[in-house]
Ligand binder design. Structure first.
Ligand code: HEC
Ligand code: HEC
Length: 196
């Protein structure tokens, strides 16, 4: 019995190691272009989303995209739809994806923009100092995302999730910025953001 185990053990371990190494090699080997195609199915081929409540990534600060992808890979920001696409990303994959999206041009979505709401949003943004973090042109910087030309429906959902503390791993500074605002206020802010 003992003899048999000793004989088999190295073989079993050897096989397991070969399988694991094979999978890792496959995951790391997925070319960047193939990854981008996967992401593009939801976020748009040019990084500008045409799908409801899915954010555009074009023109996002490199640091922001990399940071969010790491948070998602580590399960800190939970996005169910994205789990299969982030779980095997390596750090170099993440850096390359972030660089790719940062270099694309952000375009406004075809959602109808309400000028009156955008104007009201600008007033709320001034009292809440949104520009101090997202910059006056709302193009974002470092870990602060671009808000300008982002999808309106996505921003409304995102702002609600910060206000209601339903976003896992959310930055608490962002929750503080929208604390106590009404749904109508958040909608106005989303129209203002998209209008920039
Ligand atoms: C099946 C659709 C789908 C695919 C494929 C997908 N995503 Fe996403 N992604 C989403 C959704 C939905 C959200 C928004 C989640 C939320 O509401 O918080 C998101 C959010 C993000 C965010 C955060 C953006 C922000 O403004 O907060 C980044 C960054 C991101 N995705 C990058 C990627 C990358 C890179 C890939 C490819 C490796 C990818 N996604 C593939 C659906 C997808
Ligand atoms: C103290 C800095 C700070 C202030 C002030 C601030 N934000 Fe943010 N905001 C952030 C950070 C950081 C994030 C990224 C959140 C995260 O990582 O969880 C963010 C995320 C967002 C998002 C989500 C975008 C996306 O693509 O996921 C929106 C929309 C947004 N902010 C709008 C606003 C508006 C509107 C205001 C003013 C009412 C505002 N922010 C004030 C720091 C700030």
């Amino acid at each position: 019995m003992d003899w048999e185990l000793r004989q088999w053990r190295p073989l079993v371990f050897g096989l397991a190691a070969a399988v694991v190494a094979g999978c890792a090699a496959f995951a790391q080997g997925m070319p960047l272009a193939e990854r981008i195609e996967q992401c593009g199915a939801c976020h748009g081929d040019d990084g500008n989303s045409r799908l409801e409540k899915i954010p555009s990534l074009a023109g996002q600060p490199e640091f922001f995209v990399a940071n969010q992808l790491i948070l998602m890979r580590e399960g800190v920001r939970r996005v169910e739809a994205m789990e299969p696409f982030v779980k095997d990303l390596t750090d170099p994959d993440i850096e390359a994806l972030a660089k790719h999206y940062a270099g694309l041009e952000a375009r406004r979505s075809d959602e109808p923009l309400n000028e009156a709401m955008a104007k009201r949003g600008a007033e709320i943004a001034a009292t809440r100092h949104c520009a101090s973090c997202h910059r006056p042109d709302l193009a974002g910087q470092d870990q602060m995302p671009r808000v300008a030309r982002q999808r309106i429906d996505y921003m409304i959902e995102a702002l609600k999730s910060f206000r209601d503390n339903t976003r896992s791993g959310a930055d608490t500074a962002m929750s503080a910025a929208v604390y106590g605002l009404s749904d109508a206020d958040l909608e106005a802010l989303a129209h203002y953001g998209a209008s920039r």
